[in-house]
Design a protein around this ligand. Structure first.
Ligand code: NDP
Length: 601
């Protein structure tokens, strides 16, 4: 435990946060990133399958589920449970899994506990091997959902959608693909996932590098050796490897690169906050003692505690709930000592808890990393939730290996890249291989990320309709787009610490709504303009969530430090009462059977 912080300490911390932020703010914000072009044009391709030729499909389905990640899989499963069987999954990837299909970098694992992250554990009879599980186990679970609910039947993989157009005369969406298919879909469920289109860092000369280079989302094991389970990448033993980026992905693969490479150069713009992992195997006997319905109980328990609610027990007990519990307990103490319940008390409790937490995280760096200058450079100076928090028990330790060199760019980023390597602060680092860990597009237009537009009623396109921000009822239904259902956290629960929970809840609602339409013979379901507007007014009525403002270094959680205008607010808002309030509300909305806000024609 660190010693309690004084007011002077806290002021100094705030000043340092501002300094670190100001240093990193760039005029080009989110525009700094590059799309995969030139030597990186193949980045969007699928290296994991040999695509077999097939005849174009020309047919009709009841529900076309776009995307076969957890969003699509869970929705497919719920539809089957609701008796809707003519369902087809379609995905660009060669199999189900979404991000867990694409991301096969060494060390990839989920930071959210498997007991709550892996959907439908009870329905599929699955016991996770550990509290946090590696990517191959998550991918296997995705396949298990598909098998359990017969979602492979009728699915189309390695198939990219090129256009979706509503034909109002027959109340069907006409879906065209890059395989020449024409599918008529009565209902569409859109689950493309929030982080799927890789982006490249805007570094001058990035296309000039003549050595080997790849993005983490398409790890090249042919070049590195090793495999996704973490086997030693023996082909790197004589290689000088560089990695650009130190986000959640990089934190997980750096220990593996450090173990394998002759020399590893880690090019850092902003350090991640690394809390403990404390992973442990799951005891099968204990698991067997859980009562039916346990997973929903765990989901709600985590969500309640992660959003400062009350529960008798903390079932998951990890770094996600830790900060919220500290804030909650502080509020209680402050109120007991006479403070008013309100935004001021909440803000004070949040700041004090965060200062305490981040001081512990910085102290942890000192306790692990031997070289003082390296330790100092690895300390994060911003509030914990300004960036994706990370959890790892080997990342910081890697910097004690003599072959692993932290090249801190003091917030400026890599200066430039040339044929033979990377420049930082006028120093050239010669490299054989460059790993790009610069993440995925966030906040760019929906249609750019999907690669196609959806044309709805009266020729209105989704791209145009959402140009100034997302518009929906519950994050699911969009006016002008009858029979279309959006699968995602925004404008619903907006729970980012456990993305699949959003799908688990909304998929039941979607399946019930579609089953209702089919059973009543309705050909169209559409949200009214009024209901959509009312929902938007409701969800933007408070600024839920403490974004940190000037205490945050830029990143995709805060529009890269740019203004958070109406568009950004719409895209990142959720139920003002928080995720638990949303989950309770939507369950009531569904079970009432009234489908308020929707019109069935
Ligand atoms: P991120 O966007 O989180 O990280 C990108 C990294 O690249 C940052 O460190 C960024 O620095 C750096 N960078 C960008 N441009 C430059 C530049 N010009 N020079 C130097 N560095 C640069 O991507 P990730 O792939 O790491 O993670 C994406 C998301 O995927 C995570 O936030 C998380 O939500 C998810 N994920 C989840 C996991 C899980 O456990 N479930 C595991 C892995 C990822 P800066 O910070 O300064 O912008």
């Amino acid at each position: 435990m660190t010693t309690p912080l004084t007011e002077e300490d806290r002021n100094a911390i705030r000043e340092r946060y501002r300094y670190e932020r100001d240093k990193r703010i760039r005029k080009d914000g989110n525009q700094q990133y590059l799309q995969p072009e030139g030597r990186f044009a193949s980045l969007l391709d699928d290296p994991y399958v040999q695509v077999a030729p097939r005849e174009p499909v020309n047919d009709e389905v009841d529900v076309l589920v776009v995307g076969a990640g957890f969003a699509g899989l869970v929705t497919g499963a719920r539809l089957k449970q609701a008796g809707v069987n003519n369902v087809r999954l379609i995905d660009k990837a060669g199999d189900v899994g979404g991000v867990w299909y694409w991301n096969r970098y060494p060390g990839a694992m989920c930071d959210t506990a498997a007991m709550i992250y892996l959907p439908l554990l009870e329905e599929t009879g699955t016991v996770p091997s550990a509290k946090y599980v590696l990517a191959p186990e998550i991918h296997a679970h995705a396949k298990r959902i598909a098998t359990t609910f017969n979602l492979y039947d009728n699915a189309l993989f390695s198939t990219g959608i090129t256009a979706i157009t509503l034909d109002e005369s027959i109340s069907r969406y006409i879906v065209n693909t890059d395989r020449g298919d024409t599918i008529r879909a009565r209902f569409l469920a859109m689950g493309p996932g929030p982080l799927h289109r890789p982006k490249l860092p805007g570094i001058p000369g990035i296309h000039d590098f003549a050595g080997h280079a790849f993005h983490t989302s398409r790890w090249d094991y042919d070049y590195t050796g090793g495999d996704p389970t973490g086997a030693l990448m023996e082909k790197l033993a004589d290689k000088r490897v560089g990695i650009i980026g130190t986000g959640a992905t990089s934190v997980q693969c750096i220990p593996h690169l450090s173990r394998a490479a002759k020399d590893l150069f880690v090019f850092q713009r902003t350090p991640s906050a690394i809390d403990t992992r404390n992973n442990h195997p799951i005891d099968k006997e204990w698991f067997g003692s859980l009562q039916p319905g346990w997973q929903n109980e765990w989901l709600m328990n985590f969500t309640t505690l992660q959003t400062m609610g009350f529960a008798e027990k903390d079932l998951v007990m990890d770094g996600w709930t830790d900060i919220s519990l500290r804030i909650r307990d502080r509020v209680i103490e402050m109120v007991k000592a006479g403070s008013q319940v309100g935004p001021e008390t909440l803000l004070r409790a949040y700041e004090e808890s965060d200062d305490e937490k981040m001081s512990e995280i910085r102290a942890r760096v000192d306790s692990i990393v031997h070289d003082q200058a390296t330790a100092d450079a690895l300390k994060p100076w911003y509030r914990q939730l300004c960036k994706r928090p990370c959890f790892h028990d080997e990342y910081l330790q890697s910097f004690n290996n003599s072959n692993t060199h932290l090249i801190d760019t003091d917030g400026k980023g890599v200066e430039r890249i040339d044929e033979t390597g990377v420049w930082v602060n006028g120093v050239h680092y010669e490299l054989d291989c460059l790993v790009i860990a610069s993440g995925f597009e966030v906040g760019t237009p929906y249609t750019r990320r999907s690669g196609y537009d959806v044309v709805g009623r009266n020729g209105v396109s989704l791209g145009e309709y959402w140009a100034d921000g997302m518009r929906s009822l519950h994050g699911i239904h969009v006016h002008n787009f009858p029979n279309l259902f959006v699968l995602g956290p925004s404008q619903g629960a907006n729970l980012i610490s456990n993305i699949p929970h959003n799908y688990v809840a909304n998929s039941v609602v979607i399946a019930s709504t579609i089953a209702h339409a089919i059973s009543t013979g309705a050909s169209e379901i559409e949200v009214t303009e009024t209901a959509e507007n009312d929902w938007l007014t409701f969800i933007t009525s408070t600024q839920r969530g403490l974004r940190g403002g000037e205490d945050c270094t830029p990143g995709y959680y805060n529009n890269e430090g740019g203004t958070m205008g109406r568009r950004e607010q719409l895209n990142s808002s959720g139920h003002p009462g928080g995720p638990v309030a949303y989950f309770e509300y939507i369950e009531q909305w569904r079970t009432s059977g009234e489908f308020a806000g929707l019109v069935f024609r």
